[in-house]
Design a protein around this ligand. Sequence first.
Ligand code: UDX
Length: 442
Amino acid sequence: MQVGIVGIGHVGLPTAAALAHLGHQVVAMDSDSEKIDALNHGSMPFFEEDMEALVAEGLNSSRLRFTTAVAAVADGAEVVFICVGTPPRASGEANLQAVEQAAEAVASVATGDLVLVGKSTVPAGTGDRLLRALEHYKLKVKLTVVSNPEFLREGKAVYDSLHPSRILVGSDSPDALEVMRRLYEPLLGEGGAEWIQTDIRTAELAKHASNAFLALKVSFANAMARVCELAGADVTLVADAMGADPRIGRSFLNAGLGYGGYCFPKDLSAFHRLAERLGYDFRLLEEIARINEEAVESVYKKIEDAMWNLEQKKIALLGLSFKPGTDDTRLSPSLALAERLMAGGAEVVGFDPQANENAQRDLPGLKVAESIEAALEGAHCLVIATDWPEFKDLNLREAAELMTFRAIVDARNLLDGDAASAAGFSYVPVGKPSIKARREGE
Ligand code: UDX
């Protein structure tokens, strides 16, 4: 099938490359000409595991093309995906200007009937609003609106695009649903993705509900961490015990520095504003966000407590991206912590396997080191802020040699506390008892 994509970001790029991989002819458009040039030369706009190879495969097979021309996207396409950003307005509501503009641009150049798919996360009712807007356009062709929310995790976007757990499609048009089913046919069937079809509003709401529920699990774990700290219990073991119940599930119950990224925080506030506008005060959503902020503050206090005075102390902050596997630092809790520490008078030197550059862009004044060792050199406290697997293998004895003080605050419960103690560190995790440094002969 011929497919168009408008907006080449964290959603548009994996969607385009995956659909080309499935055998469709895909034209992906972005107004950023530098990005298009780079993509046409095989260079990725952001780090994402296996993306470069999947894009190269698409370009080599000529099933994937990148362009700045919206006409090329709509020309002959059966389906056009809108994958543009929906950033938050100051009120917390989603700003849907780019969605409207993209739809209008596609509508004005469409040469035949097509299905217009909303893939960006939007408040329920956007599809209906889009349908109404299309009625204003002087259309020569028929455009049908469909909602097909994405559930891609950054860092696993290629895997999730090719092995989705479910494909959710909302539309009031049986013909459009049939077109979408044909598009995704290679991913369905025995052992494949679950096909879920609903009306547009339900699909849009299900996306917000999914992200809010995952954020709720993270915040529940973080609130439990606070209680465990007061009770002298271990939040990881509590989560294991809870997660052993299949009705609860173990995933997304890791306490730590909280969630970040471009989806959870903005989707949560957009969902809250939407519910409010519809007439329901969904206060639980506000509480989820509050507990998330508390997680950063709690780690800040642990560091302050370990350091006594933050002034003249060097903090080695390992991990700057909002989670491992990505170079994305947008709303990263690690950067919120860095900012707080810097305001408290500490010198913060960060290191991230992928996100150093983005971190410096997002938090001017933050120092970054080229290696873990350089970050640790002369540091008073080692803080694990993002659970990159490479930090797990840190040589703690070497780290102890490099540092001025031997203090670890493990904001992701990543390291082995006993090994840290044996290497001479005081070890402060989240939601479980701290371990004192073991001195020679102990
Ligand atoms: C999320 C959704 O998972 C995805 O379906 C959606 O479409 C886009 O938003 P993403 O933002 O890539 O994906 O991150 P995700 O893997 O969901 O993690 C979100 C945040 O929660 C990260 O900051 C992560 O570190 C944090 N997290 C996750 C925890 O703190 N504890 C956990 O147990 C799990």
